[in-house]
Write a protein that binds this ligand. Structure first.
Ligand SMILES: Cc1ncc(COP(=O)(O)O)c(C=O)c1O
Length: 439
């Protein structure tokens, strides 16, 4: 609904997260005209809504630093493909009867990722998903199909899609503790593995956790499995690389995610580091695993091996376009720039006496949760308990960080009484905490 001031009604509205109750708020009504004809009034109404909505998007994009989406892209060259209903239903490697598809682009993108994660063309299978969640749903399903009585292990800092997968597939799920950094605690993992030694293990390894950007130590996870007596036919590892899956390969000295190690699948989101106007992602697995999952479907003359039926045929073209435009060198520069800018933000926060943590090789700066809902909403910060984070993506420039910091520093004194900000030691470690006791 348009607000009284003709704006979209975001500014100045107090935020209420009401979990139990469905709240039917802002909407743009569909206008039905009395005589069933599309009139000038309809057109005027729609044009004004769309123009205002666009303005709102421009403003919201300007102040977006809290989610790991790259908003810096230009796909103008692809605008003329919008008129086509491009659908990649079925298996990317088996052409279906539906001809308006983009499999040529999809397989090109998959080959690029297979090369990045070091698996031969003949040994891999993959597809372009609707995002990181779908990649995780697929990866965990593969684990369950390969090891039907497996127990799922994942750290407590894992994305909620992993716990959702466990619920959907009714897999027993064991939550493993994390270190302060957010990384999986392998000594707790070992204890939990040993208490379920009679059952195979399906493990989700986080290549960058959502809130702290922590990377689980894949090599230590594998070593722990081996030490506990799990041979490679008794475990399946899915790597959730939603954001970092595409950053780590471009960081010198970063541990490697590679199919040369005994992993079963890797997924990333395409709208995160790559940047895309609609959610998408990439899932790569081993050919022998997908054969366990898939079924032939006569109706589409293809094979069903994916989570959804119809699949977005536009997103592979967007991904293909970006990969061609940037190449390895372009990604390397962008990753380095993001890491540098994240360190800049961490240092500015520390200089201002604000709790902050930045994991090594990460662009996710964990900060004290601003005690001001309007500020949180303006900068679109994701919050959890006492902390929030800024994800320094390619569109988050030094100028934007300065604007954010200046406002933070100016407003912050009015948020606290004489006791000052809350203690964050249990979230970020006492060395990163700037509360009255730890600073
Ligand atoms: C670690 C991790 N995994 C999975 C996801 C889900 O990705 P998507 O939002 O693309 O479904 C996210 C999203 O932030 C994430 O941070």
């Amino acid at each position: 609904m348009l607000g009284q001031n003709g704006k979209l009604g975001y500014a100045g509205v107090e935020r209420a997260i009401v979990i139990e109750k469905k709240v039917h708020t802002r909407c743009f009504e569909v206008m039905e005209s009395d005589d069933d004809k599309f009139t000038g009034d309809n057109k005027c109404y729609m044009d004004s809504i769309l123009a205002m909505y666009r303005e709102n998007l421009i403003d919201r994009t300007k102040h977006h630093i809290g989610y790991c989406f790259n908003l810096d892209f230009d796909y103008g060259a692809l605008a003329n493909l919008q008129h086509f209903s491009i659908n990649n239903l079925g298996d990317p490697f088996i052409e279906s009867n539906y001809g308006v598809h983009s499999r040529q682009f999809e397989v090109g993108v998959l080959d690029w990722f297979a090369n990045l994660w070091e698996i031969e063309r003949s040994d891999y299978w993959g597809y372009i998903t609707n995002g990181g969640t779908e990649g995780n749903l697929h990866g965990i399903l593969l684990g369950r199909e390969v090891l039907p009585d497996g127990v799922l292990y994942t750290s407590q800092d894992s994305h909620y899609s992993i716990f959702k997968a466990a619920r959907m597939y009714r897999i027993e799920c064991v939550k493993v503790d994390t270190l302060i950094s957010g990384e999986i605690d392998c000594s707790d993992f070992k204890t939990k593995l040993l208490s379920n030694k009679d059952k195979p293990a399906i493990i989700n390894v986080n290549i960058g956790t959502t809130m702290k950007g922590a990377v689980d130590d894949l090599d230590l996870v594998i070593k722990t499995l081996e030490e506990c007596g799990f041979t490679s036919d008794k475990f399946y590892i899915h790597c959730d690389g939603a954001l970092f899956g595409l950053m780590m390969p471009f960081i010198k000295h970063a541990p490697k995610v590679t199919f040369k190690k005994p992993i079963g699948s890797v997924s990333v989101s395409g709208h995160k580091f790559l940047g895309c106007p609609m959610p998408c992602g990439v899932q790569i697995t081993r050919t022998n695993h997908i054969n366990v999952l898939s079924k032939n479907i006569e109706y589409i003359a293809s094979r069903d091996a994916t989570i959804t039926g119809s699949r977005n045929g536009h997103t592979p073209i967007f991904l293909w376009y970006t990969l061609n435009m940037k190449g390895y060198k372009g990604f390397q520069e962008e990753v380095q720039n993001c890491l540098r800018n994240a360190q800049y933000l961490r240092d500015r926060l520390r200089d201002a006496g604000i709790s902050a943590m930045l994991n090594e090789l990460s662009n996710t700066v964990v900060i004290e949760r601003p005690a001001d809902e309007k500020f949180v909403r303006k900068w679109q910060l994701a919050c959890q308990e006492n902390f929030a984070h800024v994800v320094v993506m390619p569109h988050v420039t030094i100028e934007k960080l300065d604007e954010f910091m200046n406002e933070f520093v100016e407003k912050r004194p009015s948020w606290y009484d004489q006791d000052g900000p809350p203690c964050l030691a249990s979230n970020v470690g006492s060395e990163n905490c700037a509360c009255a006791m730890h600073k």
